[in-house]
Design a protein around this ligand. Structure first.
Ligand code: FAD
Length: 293
């Protein structure tokens, strides 16, 4: 099933409200303090007012650009990174999706993806160069290029419309180790990034939370720290498999500027193998749907 990220966010807000939880917006100068002690605390400013939260543990779920990862000293962190020489230009439009299935297309002109938020809201992506700017792409240019990159049976029935949103996302693979330091647990994009090709980013953030939730439950209900002590090891074991899948699928589906005709032939041969071989399809499906926890 497709569970759009905006729907996930809406459901999380609702759940938080239902639990009478507090959410603060527009806070500034967040600092994580005394992470290696038994009494860590978070300080921040809200509307010019200094605030402090004392706690036992901190879940660092503040995304790739948040303060959590950077609160772990550099000499403790090992970072692994790969950047890709292209980006994804995304367009959202009030139009029915071209198909009920997602369409991933590897064409001679580059990658394209047709996806959807609901029956009247479509999300399309095109591989673009790393230097392209959103202003370089009119809606018309986007739709024309998309039509060229997908099979005729779909381009013929593509319903277009004005864009509601257009943006360019760079593609990156990134992992930081360890994912726990003292009282701080890194979760989601704060600890790792995948290229969006495998649709794994939010899914992997959720798997981190699964391990952390169960670890904290074990700690508070049974006073057993095993789950939180092994959080980093367990989460990373899954993260690296997801990184591998997203990297492999990205290489299979995109045109790289450095590709030679040989690499193109390799892509075509691998896609043909995937189309015809049930075992290969199973491996792909297991990774795409999500590896067991
Ligand atoms: C084009 C594109 C397509 C994608 N498609 C998919 C997909 O199909 N499937 C999938 O699983 N994933 C997908 N992803 C990845 C997914 O969006 C991310 O992996 C996911 O949002 C990570 O969640 P997160 O909670 O770890 O971080 P984020 O979503 O980045 O959330 C972090 C939050 O913390 C807040 N924050 C940061 N610092 C502070 C601070 N100091 N104080 C208060 N708040 C702070 C930020 O404002 C943000 O709201 C896609 C990503 C892109 C770019």
């Amino acid at each position: 099933m497709v569970y759009g990220q905006t729907e996930v966010t809406r459901d999380l807000y609702e759940a938080r409200e239902y639990a009478n939880g507090e959410i603060e917006f527009q806070i500034e100068n967040v600092v994580l303090n005394d992470l290696k002690t038994n009494s860590p605390f978070v300080t921040y400013e809200n509307d010019g007012q200094s605030e402090r939260i004392d706690c036992e543990f901190i879940a660092g779920c503040d995304g790739f650009r948040g303060v959590s990862r950077k609160s772990i000293p550099e000499e403790v962190r090992t970072e692994y990174e790969k950047t890709y020489p292209f980006g994804w230009l995304g367009l959202l439009s009030h139009s029915p999706p071209v198909d009920h299935e997602l369409i991933y297309s590897n064409s001679d002109r580059g990658f394209a993806l047709c996806s959807m938020r609901n029956e009247n809201l479509s999300r399309y992506y095109l591989q673009c160069t790393a230097t392209d700017k959103v202003e370089d792409w009119s809606d018309e240019a986007f739709w024309t290029e998309l039509r060229r990159r997908i099979p005729e049976e779909f381009s013929d029935k593509l319903v277009t419309g004005p864009s509601i949103e257009k943006s360019i996302a760079p593609l990156r693979s990134f992992v930081t180790e360890p994912m726990r330091w003292g009282a701080l647990f890194l979760c989601g994009d704060a600890a790792h990034i995948v290229p969006p090709t495998g649709a794994k980013g939010l899914n992997t953030a959720a798997s981190d939370i699964h391990y952390l939730y169960n670890g904290l439950k074990q700690y508070y209900e049974e006073r057993d720290p095993e789950g939180i002590d092994r959080y980093s090891e367990k989460a990373l074991a899954r993260v690296w498999k997801v990184e591998r899948f997203s990297w492999w699928f990205s290489i299979l589906m995109h045109q790289f500027p450095s590709d030679t005709p040989f690499e193109r032939k390799m892509q075509i041969a691998e896609l043909a193998f995937l189309r015809d071989n049930e075992s290969a399809q199973k491996v792909m499906a297991q990774n795409y749907v999500g590896l067991p926890y």
